[in-house]
Design a protein around this ligand. Structure first.
Ligand SMILES: Cc1cc2nc3c(=O)[nH]c(=O)nc-3n(C[C@H](O)[C@H](O)[C@H](O)COP(=O)(O)O)c2cc1C
Length: 464
């Protein structure tokens, strides 16, 4: 209870305000520690509305889980752990005659001493309490009619099936949907994703899971840190120092030595639009387009482009979105860099989302303010997975590495400063652009601006 009568909860040292509650609603809310039936606050009474508001606030902060149990049974069949702030249990509509099948992205795994059902497509994780449910899930590797399924397993009630369909662990096949294999699930952009790539993308970024992210030093007390420089092999050593100069021998070698990360920017003298244009032109502009014949029998002619940085298979799947906070001659806002015509195209976004994007970058760099220009590198996933299996996502990340070094060198060359950022919220980007997370989404970020000289050599606060 706060001094003003509102209630708050402390999460990892942060205070989350939950608003005011009447004494009666407060009393009812106490049951939340054990569980309160969703139906008990679905009504229109004043108490129900208050508790509903409270639970939804708690849910937005990831503080609610949902238990599913049979009446009069102590054991939970399933406990749903939301993975995104928006998750709220919904039931997809299913009938006895419908046919369902497991998504190829769904997986069961051990987490601690529990069995969890997860999927990169799902906004929630299902903790499986009853082994019979795991066994029945296994039968869903083939399409099954609901009526047949329920004859097999009592625990598999319609509520659970409908929750599983809503979270995209299962999908419904209609008469025309075929055999339930890869081509039947989702649009063409989803068909192109390999299982491990979509899991990796959604679990190594922020926005679609509730696990800890970044420098948590999770097992630092258990395993010691490998040394900064690898101890040498015991073989014969050829000392290269007598063959190479210790000082840079060319402007390029000088640029490599000079490059360093800059996290704090001079907001009195921000980067200008002309500088931004030169930076993008040097680092990322399309230099030419060319065509090649079919790669396989009956395949299409393919158009490629050439750009200043290398790209696996010349796919050039990476796109640049600029969140501009402080650039002389360019209004605040989000812009897409049209690399083909070397132009910026404004994208309407709510100011609050733009601010959230820059604030996250500021936090990741432990900086004193938002970056003047925050470049989000997104990938058009299909452009690369259309050709490559198994290695598509890893190629994208390698391409990000070469683009980021190109950014660093272009910025250094122009007397500007920049810093790569290892985290990014794929859900926020999807909301801002309206692009689905599996179609095009963030795979890297780079903060750009005119560096504050005094602080430019500060070591990374979060050790990233
Ligand atoms: C892939 C990648 C991710 C990074 N992520 C962050 C980050 O999130 N926050 C940060 O402050 N620095 C980040 N950095 C910058 C590194 O901390 C920095 O490159 C490193 O400390 C070496 O310092 P230098 O770049 O000044 O030579 C990242 C660098 C790379 C290459």
């Amino acid at each position: 209870m706060q001094a003003d009568g509102s209630i708050a909860t402390s999460v990892d040292g942060y205070l989350v305000n939950l608003g005011h509650l009447s004494p009666a609603a407060m009393d009812r809310a106490r049951s939340l520690t054990d569980g309160l039936p969703l139906a008990s606050f679905a009504g229109k009474s004043a108490i129900a509305r208050e508790v509903d508001l409270l639970v939804r606030r708690l849910a937005r902060h990831g503080l609610v889980e949902y238990r599913l149990s049979l009446p009069r049974d102590e054991q939970d069949l399933v406990v749903i752990e939301p993975q995104t702030p928006e998750y709220w249990p919904q039931r997809a509509k299913l009938g006895e005659s419908d046919t369902v099948v497991l998504s190829r992205f769904a997986y069961l795994r051990r987490r601690g001493n529990e069995m969890v059902l997860e999927s990169p497509r799902a906004a929630a994780l299902f903790r499986i309490g009853d082994p019979a449910i795991a066994a029945t899930l296994a039968t869903l590797s083939r399409p099954e009619r609901i009526s047949r399924l329920r004859r097999h397993a009592a625990a598999f009630n319609l509520d659970l099936l409908e929750l599983l369909v809503d979270s995209q662990f299962l999908f419904k096949l209609d008469a025309k949907s075929g055999d339930g294999l890869r081509a039947n699930e989702g649009d063409g952009n989803l068909v192109l994703w390999d299982f491990h790539d979509l899991v990796f993308h959604t679990r190594s970024t922020e926005g679609r899971h509730a696990n800890p992210v970044g420098s948590t030093f999770a097992y630092a007390g258990v395993v010691s840190l490998p040394p900064a420089v690898r101890p040498p092999w015991p073989g014969e050593k050829i000392d290269l120092r007598k063959f190479s100069a210790s000082d840079p021998v060319s402007p390029f070698a000088g640029l490599l030595r000079e490059r360093h990360s800059v996290r704090d920017f001079d907001d009195e003298h921000p980067i200008t639009l002309a500088e931004l244009a030169q930076f993008l032109g040097s680092a990322a502009q399309v230099l030419s387009e060319w065509k090649s014949g079919a790669n396989f029998e009956g395949g299409p002619e393919i158009t490629y482009s050439s750009r200043p940085y290398p790209s696996a298979g010349s796919a050039y799947e990476l796109e640049l979105y600029l969140a501009v906070s402080n650039c002389e001659g360019l209004a605040r806002g989000l812009y897409h860099y049209d690399a083909g015509s070397h132009a910026l195209v404004a994208i309407e976004v709510p100011a609050q989302q733009l601010q959230a994007l820059s604030a996250a970058a500021e936090f990741a760099m432990d900086a004193s303010g938002p970056p003047q220009v925050l470049i989000t590198i997104s990938a058009r996933f299909g452009r690369i997975s259309w050709k490559y299996s198994s290695i598509a996502y890893s190629l994208i990340l390698k391409n990000v590495g070469s683009l980021v070094q190109t950014f660093y060198l272009a910025a250094t060359d122009m007397g500007l400063g920049g810093c790569a950022i290892g985290t990014g919220n794929i859900d926020l980007f999807a909301k801002m652009t309206g692009l689905e997370f599996h179609v095009e989404g963030p795979v890297g970020q780079f903060a750009l601006g005119r560096g504050k000289n005094a602080n430019s050599m500060k070591p990374p606060a979060h050790g990233r």
